[in-house]
Design a protein around this ligand. Structure first.
Ligand code: MN
Length: 345
């Protein structure tokens, strides 16, 4: 194949074309954005800057404290209807990264639909079809959205040498956070190769690791201690679950945004296959977080509670009080594990 043919047949050709034709872009990602969403946005932003495009990053939530340092590189706007809605009709293309589900754009998603903009989604989550995007690359074999953006940038630049420092750092944070620092089952040869290429470009893994994982606020660690002090076991030791109540958050002097990564810690117990966090958001709103070691798929369980996600990492938001949700989820969790691991019971 000639080079031009390779380019035309590539899965990225259409997105490159759409970006080429656009003049005012909006980049967005999901509610409570993680390192993958923000890191991927940073790499895309750096690319759009090089192309001389006008763009804004408009997210349904602010950048969380763990990845706050990435916001030194770009302006991550937290969408507020009264302040930013007038900006939407000025755009001609929206690129949504790592979204998982359209509804995770919150009311920004509603407003974008109202304006009727062209929307592209680049993601590694499974999606319901049809979806609300004009065009999508949804590749569940990719470890992270950052991996897909890296692939796209290699395609358009033809080399990794053109990646800026901020793009490389952003992509490494995306890769590191979504693979649990290369510990999860999605940490494959490709993701390690990507890490290797980024390190050659000057990324310092230990520095980024420390910034993301070893800069914990004391109140978060205190809250984790309260949660770990009250772990419950069920399903012959295969299910571990714990709750985070509003009172616990108050007692630790913490806040809701500190509740992240706890379920991974609880999953690490010997014999546990599935860990579930039941987090009281308010009197009638409960957040569920599911983590599996890889034998039990938990996205079906998350869907039963109105949520979704990956096979081994999923979540849900339920409009019911914690006590009611807790009873239901523990029972469903045990029966799901029993059903999937029949031979082990
Ligand atoms: Mn992701």
């Amino acid at each position: 194949m000639k080079n031009t043919e390779i380019k035309e047949n590539n899965r990225w050709a259409k997105i490159e074309d759409m970006i080429g034709k656009a003049e005012n872009l909006i980049l967005s990602t999901h509610i409570n954005p993680d390192g993958d969403g923000i890191g991927s946005q940073l790499a895309m932003a750096s690319y759009l800057k090089k192309l001389g495009k006008k763009f804004i990053i408009l997210n349904p939530s602010p950048v969380s404290y763990e990845i706050q340092f990435l916001s030194e590189y770009a302006d991550f706007l937290h969408y507020d209807r009264s302040t930013h809605k007038y900006l939407l009709p000025l755009a001609d293309l929206v690129i949504v990264l790592d979204i998982g589900d359209y509804n995770r754009l919150g009311y920004l998603g509603e407003d974008l639909l109202e304006v009727g903009l062209q929307m592209v989604s680049i993601d590694h989550h499974p999606h319901q079809e049809p979806n609300k995007f004009s065009y999508a690359i949804h590749d569940t074999s990719a470890c992270s959205t950052g991996f897909l953006i890296f692939d796209y940038l290699k395609y358009v630049y033809g080399t990794t040498d053109s990646l800026s420092k901020e793009a490389a750092d952003g992509l490494y944070v995306a890769l590191m956070t979504d693979t649990g620092s290369f510990r999860f089952s999605n940490a494959d040869a490709d993701s390690h190769e990507m890490a290797s290429e980024l390190i050659r470009l000057g990324v310092k893994p230990h520095e980024l690791y420390q910034k993301v994982y070893e800069s914990l606020p004391l109140e978060k660690v205190k809250l984790l201690a309260l949660a770990l002090g009250k772990i419950h076991m069920a399903g012959h030791g295969k299910l571990a679950w714990f709750v985070i109540t509003e009172d616990m958050i108050k007692d630790a002097g913490a806040s809701k945004e500190h509740v992240s990564g706890f379920t991974d810690t609880v999953r690490s117990i010997q014999g546990v296959e599935v860990a579930i966090m039941i987090h009281e958001l308010s009197e009638n709103k409960t957040r569920l977080n599911f983590r599996s070691k890889g034998k039990v798929k938990i996205n079906g369980l998350a869907r039963k509670f109105g949520g979704g996600g990956h096979q081994f990492a999923a979540g849900a938001l339920v409009d019911k009080p914690l006590d009611i949700v807790r009873e239901a989820i523990v029972a469903e969790g045990v029966s799901e594990i029993e059903h999937q691991l029949k031979k082990d019971f």
